[in-house]
Design a protein around this ligand. Structure first.
Ligand code: ZN
Length: 264
């Protein structure tokens, strides 16, 4: 048992880095993700069974509903399937309650999870399921500095941050450009996996976090190219870092990563 716990901890540590090291991210076999929703989330949603059946009748904002809707959206966009697993396998994706909203990256041999805090917006859960399907943060791609100008304070933190504070842990996890990626699309400012330029209140106590980057000329041109896909959506969805929908390139990358055929 001791060793199992140790192995899980190692994998979780690795999973945390995987957001920035997606070249070891693994696809789900045959594009099928076995999932399980923890009982408190099902109870809160008033679910009759243990899977996503009937999620669209569950209360809006219930964590289980958000997860089921996000899995449904990803299925429709990419072809990846999410199948309820009653057997409790080690690699089953577990959807859990928590005080933060996080996810592991791609398929891990054990410990796959999405944690959802109460009151979180739908787009945040859609983003986390993107991680489960292997996607890293778009703003951490190796070519990001061509498209973004990271604010000087954050550039400094990236150089100087040790392991100590919560801010530094966040900086080291969510902002370094990674060296290599396993798959490529054009840089996509419309990606669901991109952060907002204005990420406040990420670190409330420090007003510099009100802006973390601005788009370069190339970034603005890329944004202009990708935005028409969201032309029918609300204004908050028509900007870099939108959390309204899976972009076409997000869906393409997930599909290719899992060896699935393009959708008709
Ligand atoms: Zn993320």
């Amino acid at each position: 048992m001791k060793y199992l716990i140790f192995a899980v901890m190692m994998l979780w540590a690795g999973a945390a880095q995987a957001a920035a090291v997606p070249d070891w991210a693994q696809p789900w076999k045959d594009g099928v993700v076995p999932y399980r929703i923890e009982a408190p989330l099902l109870a809160r949603a008033g679910a009759k069974g243990r899977d996503c059946t009937g999620w669209d009748r569950w209360p809006k904002g219930a964590q289980a509903r958000l997860a089921c809707q996000a899995m449904d959206d990803w299925h429709r966009a990419s072809g990846v399937r999410f199948i309820y697993d009653p057997r409790n396998r080690l690699d089953t994706l577990v959807i859990r309650d928590g005080d933060a909203t996080t996810a592991t990256i791609g398929h891990l041999p054990l410990g796959n999870r999405v944690t959802i805090e109460r009151g979180v917006p739908y787009g945040a859960v859609l983003h986390e399921i993107g991680h489960v399907l292997g996607l890293m943060h778009e703003h951490q791609r190796p070519d990001r500095d061509t498209y973004l100008t990271i604010e000087p304070f954050l550039r400094d933190l990236l150089k100087t941050c040790g392991v100590g504070t919560a801010v530094c842990r966040d900086v080291r996890l969510s902002f370094p450009a990674v060296a290599r990626v396993k798959y490529a699309s054009d840089y996509d400012p419309c990606s669901l996996m991109h952060y907002l330029a204005n990420q406040a209140p990420r670190h409330r106590e420090d007003p510099r976090w009100a802006r973390i980057f601005s788009l370069s000329d190339k970034g603005k041109a890329a944004l202009k190219t990708c935005l028409p896909q969201f032309s029918q959506r609300a204004e908050r969805c028509r900007k870099v870092g939108q959390k309204c929908a899976i972009s076409k390139l997000d869906a393409d990358v997930v599909r290719r990563f899992h060896g699935l055929e393009p959708r008709a």
